[in-house]
Design a protein around this ligand. Sequence first.
Ligand code: SF4
Ligand code: SF4
Length: 316
Amino acid sequence: MGIEKNPIKSIEWIITDRCNYECSYCFQRSYAKRSHCSDEVTEASFGLFASLEGRWHIKLIGGEPLLHPRLLEMSEKIVEYGHCLSTTTNFSFPIHRLTEWSMQCGDRLVSVTASLHLNQVQSLTDFVGKCVAFNRLKSPGTHFAVTSVVTEDNFEQLKEIERDLDREGVLFAYQVMRVGGRFVKYPPEIEEHIGASLATNTSSLRDHRLFGTLCRTGELFFKIEVNGDAYRCLMPQALYSMGNITRGTFKRFARPLPCTSLICTCTTPANRNMILYGQKAHLWETVLAGLGGLPASLPHLSGKVRSRIRRRFRSR
Ligand code: SF4
Ligand code: SF4
């Protein structure tokens, strides 16, 4: 059993499904026709954040989160309630907007990740220049890094970008591509190079099978969708749904519960120390927890996933 690290209480708040980019690989298909979270969901989220004890780390995500018209107010409220915030953005906005927002949040903006989408960025030189400028102008307490999904085709180009950014003191991390909900394996020369610069915790998730492992998601980590539905983590599974924050059905789990997903690519919960590696629930507890959570989660599980879960229960 590994040394247990302190969990960082966190929420992923999906404030919009819209995006100004059209990446062909976008699993959310976050294009212009999608919606921002409504005023009702925004107000319910504020109420929830105000009720949370201690400091929570609230990550604003999308789509492209910086498109939300109430972004500044959302950031202000999060700070006012004593929490901190972070975001992952495609970094397409002008540098003055990015720095103004960063200044407004100060050190409570603990992390900004600029996600580089090579096929959407108009000028790579401008993108790199903006990253260098932001790194200089941001609040000292804000961690800043650039990430990009590596493929066999873009590997050499990303290596060059990594070198350019490194020269300017900007962190760069490779993201591993996911296909069918799983991390892919690259040829050895790519694996060897990216090994030291992988987005944090990718390796630990790649190396473990977590079904039945106790996980604090649902208790100390959850995500809120644009429509106010709340979920334990990013992997649809039997124990998944936490209700809806606008309908009075939202409920946090009271303790760590077993993972009922056959795969896990949830790097953020892993980075927040939610997964209790090596601590497996008893099989009966996993089965009961899974069956208890199944009715609320059924709409999110495909028939294929449901039958794979049933097979797994039978084979243990
Ligand atoms: S930038 Fe992100 S959210 Fe927008 S289309 Fe690309 S992958 Fe999707
Ligand atoms: S999929 Fe990952 S984050 Fe989600 S419950 Fe399982 S171990 Fe935890």
